[in-house]
Design a protein around this ligand. Structure first.
Ligand SMILES: C[S@@+](CC[C@H](N)C(=O)[O-])C[C@H]1O[C@@H](n2cnc3c(N)ncnc32)[C@H](O)[C@@H]1O
Length: 258
């Protein structure tokens, strides 16, 4: 599978699943996917990952270890229905303020409703915008997080440059994303699950196999752990490292703006 993965070199074309499309077209196709799945997104996440996404997200926020002082400002890009932002607010003892940014109003709408139900909406701001063009001043945030979002962005290098720009010096970058599985048996099981079960579950639960086929394919075309670390470093970040979860099904990359 790894020969399908992209590397740090870019071009005007980008991957939409296994198809090559131009960069502008990719964003429209991605937006359609998330408009279609927004209502069922949280349920599907649990079913597709057998609940594992919760453990990976908890590990992300643990590694971030958000400050409990008030005034800590975090930006969660491609924040969707708010999972990471809610966890950061809770881990900060309700002192952090998190801006949830997503290009898709349907996903943000679900997130806003969930935040109100949990009573944490006063710690959150929801912003509809593109990761490639963040509507914030330079050096605004203490932390930048993005979970299962960056592989959907057409120009990853541009999004990384924007992450670097909006972080304060000393700010932390953390990216959780599906990655390359290198364990011999697990890779076969994972392939079978991804290409057979996930689109079928998507059809049954969300009435939409195609969107889930895209999600599976987009995971396989995303750069592997080392190549993505190189991209983060190229964007200016220091001390770039990563941790694999569940044999590399997911990886959490960390970098610092120094
Ligand atoms: C798989 S969801 C992840 C949501 C959430 N972070 C989570 O972990 O549950 C991917 C999100 O990326 C968003 N997205 C895609 N392209 C984007 C872009 N260019 N800028 C900002 N968000 C984008 C989608 O709208 C979608 O909400």
């Amino acid at each position: 599978m790894s020969e399908q993965r992209t590397t740090a070199t870019g071009g005007m074309e980008t991957a939409f699943g296994f198809r090559r499309v131009n960069e502008g077209e990719k964003q429209d196709l991605v937006n359609n996917v998330f408009h279609r799945v927004a209502d069922r997104y949280d349920l599907m996440n649990d079913l597709m990952s057998a609940g594992l996404h919760r453990a990976w997200k908890a590990a992300m926020v643990d590694w971030l270890s958000p400050s409990k002082r008030s005034g800590f400002k975090s930006l969660d890009v491609a924040g969707g229905t708010g999972d990471i932002a809610f966890r950061i607010v809770e881990a900060s003892n309700f002192n952090a303020h998190v801006t949830v940014l997503d290009i898709n109003g349907s996903m943000l709408g679900v997130g806003r409703d969930r935040a109100v139900k949990r009573g944490i909406d006063q710690n959150l701001t929801f912003v509809e915008a593109n990761a490639e063009e963040l509507p914030f001043e330079d050096a605004t945030f203490d932390a930048y997080t993005i979970a299962f979002g960056i592989r959907n962005v057409p120009r990853i290098d541009v999004a990384l440059a924007e992450a670097y720009r909006v972080l304060k010096p000393g700010g932390r970058f953390l990216c959780l994303e599906f990655s390359e599985v290198s364990m011999p048996v697990l890779d076969k099981v994972y392939d079978a699950w991804s290409f057979n079960a996930i689109p079928r579950i998507g059809q049954m639960i969300a009435g939409d196999a195609d969107s889930y086929q895209y999600l599976v394919e987009s995971i396989r075309t995303f750069p592997n752990q080392q190549n993505f670390a190189d991209m983060i470093h190229k964007a200016g970040f220091s001390r770039v490292t990563w941790r694999d979860y569940t044999g590399g099904i997911a990886a959490l990359h960390s970098g610092w703006k120094i």
